[in-house]
Write a protein that binds this ligand. Structure first.
Ligand code: SAH
Ligand code: SF4
Length: 374
């Protein structure tokens, strides 16, 4: 069974060709699956009965299962999706007056271990498939009501959920091709943003393969501090990262890069850090988005105080760097990076330990387990 949800336009065409169908069939299927949100071949009324029957035999349209669906007081909605044993990912919809943004995950867990990120603390589980990535947009569109095309609730997509999208390059690019395709979601390149912790060679590849708006998680104005917060910096230091950003802008749909900067109390939020940041960014067309830290248990960090954030922003603005402060949304449903999935992950790990303890009554195993649990 081929899951058609995960086939980007060119592969869907190849699939149709293999069935002896003309290329326009692929467009029809794209429209039914992604535009109309249909998962039943029987509903595809302009597709011949014979083809519909062949599709039922050989293909499926399958998105991840929704495990939990929560809406916050401010309208932020969060889905927890099941992606295999002990694996859960999350998707968040953030409604605003003039737009609606969907935040999509690209991996179950993340290998990059940024010190302030709860997804990073969970470790890496696996890359999501194309169907699991685009399936988040498909599910959210269906859940939010599609409306007529001009009034779609989701106007923007950000690859800022769990995982490092550039570490799952091929699947993320294939999913973004569907986001951009007029027969599927028809989003403009400016309305699809990929956020990366800074995998320099992959930024260059993205520029050629599928340039979309780029956000880079900078979080520190110098290598010493960034090595600590974003360990991949040891491999791709700030100078190389910023050079890649400048190269990217030459081909990108937007003429600037957005730098994300998580505000950690007493760590990276002093005026001196802001001044250093201004110097470091002087040659890069950019905007800066300050993100108040979202605390999670035993993170070891605290959110910067409001005055520290305002002072930091003012220093950047005075130097003519457009700076925004991200509003904290959906606090009452933990709609922050990796939090809800983190909760489930922890629970399943505890469960696994309990099961292991029950299975092995040997004292050595017991001692080890007790040591790990503390
Ligand atoms: N892996 C990619 C995209 C996912 S993380 C990246 O790192 O860019 C999306 C954004 O949330 C990143 O800027 C990340 O640094 C930030 N983030 C992670 N944990 C956070 C936390 N606890 N509080 C605030 N922002 C966080
Ligand atoms: Fe991974 Fe991004 Fe979290 Fe870093 S901040 S651990 S790259 S998800």
């Amino acid at each position: 069974m081929v899951n058609l949800l995960g086939l980007p336009p060119n592969e869907l065409q190849a699939f149709c060709a293999a069935l002896g169908e003309k290329p326009f069939r692929a467009k029809q299927l794209l429209r039914w699956i992604h535009h109309a949100g249909v998962d039943d071949f029987g509903a595809m009324t302009d597709v011949s009965k014979a083809l519909r029957e062949r599709l039922v035999q050989s293909a499926s349209i399958a998105a991840p299962c929704v495990r939990r669906d929560t809406t916050a007081a401010d309208g932020t909605r969060k889905w927890l999706l099941h992606v295999g044993t002990n694996n859960a990912i999350e998707t968040v919809f953030i409604p605003e007056t003039a737009r609606g943004t969907l935040c999509i995950s690209s991996q179950a867990g993340c290998a990059l271990e940024c010190s302030f990120c709860s997804t990073g603390r969970q470790g890496f589980n696996r890359n999501l498939s194309v169907a699991e990535i685009i399936g988040q947009l498909w599910l959210a569109n269906r859940a939010l009501g599609r409306g007529v095309s001009e009034e779609r609730p989701i106007t923007n997509v950000v690859m800022m959920g769990m995982g490092e999208p550039l570490a799952n390059f091929d699947n993320v690019v294939a999913a973004m091709e569907l986001m951009l395709d007029d027969s599927a979601y028809g989003l403009s390149r400016r309305r699809v943003t990929l956020s990366t912790s800074g995998l320099v060679p992959a930024i260059d590849r993205l520029r050629e393969a599928c340039p979309v708006a780029l956000a880079v998680s900078l979080h520190a104005p110098n290598d010493e501090l960034r090595n600590e917060l974003v360990p991949i910096n040891r491999k791709y230091p700030i100078r190389e990262l910023l050079a890649a950003c400048v190269r990217y802008i030459e081909k990108a749909p937007r003429d600037f890069v957005t730098f994300e900067y998580v505000m950690l109390d007493g760590v990276n939020d002093a005026p001196a850090h802001a001044h250093e940041l201004v110097r470091v960014l002087s040659d890069v067309p950019c905007k800066v988005n300050l993100i108040p830290f979202n605390p999670f248990p035993a993170s070891g960090y605290a959110r910067s105080r409001g005055e520290a954030v305002a002072r930091f922003r003012d220093i950047l603005m005075t130097s003519e760097i457009t700076t925004t402060v991200r509003k904290t949304r959906g606090d009452d449903i933990d709609a922050a990076c990796g939090q809800l999935a983190g909760e489930v992950q922890d629970r399943t790990r505890r469960q696994a330990r309990r099961e292991a303890r029950a299975a092995h009554s040997g004292s050595e195993v017991k001692r080890l387990m007790e040591e790990r649990i503390g």
